[in-house]
Design a protein around this ligand. Sequence first.
Ligand code: AKG
Length: 286
Amino acid sequence: MSQILKQKIKVALIQLAGSSADKLANLDRAKTFVEKALLEQPDTKLVVLPECFNSPYAVDKFREYSEILSSESTSVKVLSELARRFKIYLVGGSIPELDPQTDKIYNTALVFDEAGKLIDTHRKAHLFDVAIPNGITFQESATLSGGEKSTTVDTKYGKIGVGICYDMRFPELAMISARKDAFAMIYPSAFNTVTGPMHWHLLARSRAIDNQLYVILCSPARNMESAYKAYGHSLVVNPRGDIIAEAGEGEEIIYAELDPEDIAAFREAVPVTKQRRFDIYSDISK
Ligand SMILES: O=C(O)CCC(=O)C(=O)O
């Protein structure tokens, strides 16, 4: 069996305290916590930050906090330096991105390699536009545009699929990455205290068992003073659908080991990856 994950690797998920209005302070906090993770568990190879970790998660703030991505942009510089310094792959959460060609704003995840190179970006494809009676109303599409691609990134350990938060509700992105042999789907996220209890664990476990790969959700810590109350509960689910690491609601770092044997063993035991009937699924790709 081909090994889609080439060796065991340790991941760290940084459940950072809710992003303040001070972008540089948020970046500094992210830096402190990445340093802490590598000090606590120096064999960590992959680090994940939450959605919109350096700006308020607010529709009317995305433009103000947005950056044009380049090697000189503030967040890229800080994240790239961290990845290079600790020789880690860093899924640097997401930040509001301004595309200077189109003047559109995106919610964009940044992926750095161990040399600090920005190797890929994922622009949130499905925008969080919901109106739940007596619950939560949010309309990202008021100021954001949706990305144009699914994202599967090559690393020296194998491939990872990347989505952002609401993207996890759409099984297609995970399925596309899984079919390209990704060993994990990684979603920087920020569910809330309404939809978190309803669906957070269920969605993570569903994407994991649909595709028999690891699913990694990294949330900000909950801040009841903030207008947007993040759910917390960052987690890692294994290919069998078991939660192997989970944070509480406060600021913390959680770690998990991803093991190629776990992927292989479960795929062998329940061989859905070999039993797909693509001959009868053509309808849904129309
Ligand atoms: O899908 C949900 O319930 C939450 C999604 C969300 O908070 C987001 O996309 O930022």
